[in-house]
Design a protein around this ligand. Sequence first.
Ligand code: AMP
Ligand code: ZN
Length: 131
Amino acid sequence: MCIFCKIINGEIPSKKVYEDDDVLAILDISQATLGHTLVLPKKHYANILEIPTDEYQKVMKKVKELAEKINKNLKPAGINILNNCGEAAGQTVMHYHVHILPRYTNNDLKIEFTDNSSNADLDAVLKKINN
Ligand code: AMP
Ligand code: ZN
């Protein structure tokens, strides 16, 4: 059983931010920023590619509601919403989850996009995506 399933079953303790029949939100143990929260379905799906759309929508509805609540009560300067799909993308727990990361300054968290546009053939990429 995965670590989030153990949390859902109560075998491992967690700090619950929100819970209903389908969705659980807990404080991320790492607290990358203050209020760093994880939102997950109670049923085990490995990632965004595996979770059915209706379950996905239930999770994302709560992501929005909790982002609003965190924004109201923690008053961050910004918020990142993040999902890692697959090891190459940084996923370490293979139970679908969405990170809510309140941001207080420009550099309290490192999420970097490099400009690689000089290597990109946009028409070729479009064709590949939509083939
Ligand atoms: P990811 O790298 O997207 O798979 O994120 C997994 C997240 O789960 C990391 O940010 C961890 O800090 C967090 N995590 C791992 N174990 C626990 C736990 N027992 N309780 C709360 N968060 C956890
Ligand atoms: Zn699981």
